[in-house]
Ligand binder design. Structure first.
Ligand SMILES: [Ca+2]
Ligand SMILES: [Ca+2]
Ligand SMILES: [Ca+2]
Length: 278
């Protein structure tokens, strides 16, 4: 190749270089560079997804807000995978909150671009595994939005799950999460090809009407070390009594099984321990 043939190439390459140098010095150019050549994140695992540690279920319905803390990283998407007991909880709504962050599109989407709730909830209520995603795409224009860097709060969560509850005691709602597993709950960060989710906080639903059955008292009602005729005497003296907050200590202990009435069932326990030193 002769020198006169090379000159145009040199001119073009120089022009492109000058363009990029100039572009990089302008705000728009810097933004273009940032998007074309994103800096790799320095930490592999960064973000947290949380539900309140304990939710008290006073009525028949509870709300479980899901919050996200990116810890300053540029998040472009979140895969939510949550497990719950279908015997105790029935998912009745997923309230998505796209107003306070850029993860505005929820997937899978329906024909209007909104989260396809009916399909997601039906599957969740059949399997006990709830799965949906939030990504930084405008649901209307389908254009990429800026990555989300911030912290969702309980009052403005990423999404809120609404459950009907039944049963007593407690049940758990847990993120399906193993550090580094790409098939469970995930956090996608600009410049990182793998899951960046560092940790999760799960929820325990505690039922307010849960009755904890107290351990029965010893049949040694008078607490003299032996179950004998004197305990039988106390039980007989309080027979058929209802035990409440006004009852004396000895009356309370006569209700050996603590079912609030002194009756034949307490006598049965006393008989089974008769002659022993419990
Ligand atoms: Ca994961
Ligand atoms: Ca006794
Ligand atoms: Ca009793």
């Amino acid at each position: 190749m002769e020198r006169k043939d090379i000159l145009p190439f040199i001119a073009v390459i120089s022009g492109v270089l000058i363009f990029f140098v100039l572009a990089a010095s302008l705000p728009v150019g810097r933004e273009l560079f940032r998007r074309l050549f994103p800096k790799p994140e320095s930490k592999a695992y960064v973000g947290q997804l949380s539900m309140p540690a304990q939710i008290n279920a006073a009525g028949s319905s509870i709300e479980v807000p899901i919050t996200l803390n990116t810890n300053g990283s540029n998040v472009v998407g979140v895969d939510i995978s949550i497990n719950f007991s279908i015997a105790r909880l029935q998912l009745t709504d997923i309230v998505t909150n796209g107003s306070s962050h850029t993860l505005k599109s929820f997937l899978p989407a329906d024909s209007n671009g909104n989260l396809n709730k009916s399909s997601v909830m039906q599957s969740a209520n059949q399997t006990g595994s709830l799965r949906f995603s939030a990504v930084n795409v405008d649901p209307v224009t389908k254009e990429l939005l800026a990555p989300y860097s911030g912290s969702q709060t309980i009052t403005q969560p990423l999404a809120t799950l609404v459950f009907n509850v039944s049963g007593a005691a407690s049940t758990n709602v847990t993120f399906d999460f193993t550090l580094g597993n790409l098939n469970d709950t995930n956090l996608a960060v600009v410049g990182t090809a793998t899951d960046s989710l560092e940790n999760v906080q799960n929820a325990t639903i505690v039922f307010a009407n849960a009755t904890v059955t107290p351990a029965p008292y010893s049949a040694d009602i008078n607490q003299d070390g032996t179950v004998n005729v004197f305990d039988l005497g106390v039980l007989a003296a309080n027979y058929n009594k209802t035990i409440d907050s006004s009852s004396t200590d000895i009356e309370r202990r006569a209700d050996i099984n603590q079912d609030t009435v002194v009756n034949v069932f307490d006598l049965g326990i006393l008989a089974s321990q008769y002659g022993t030193s419990p």
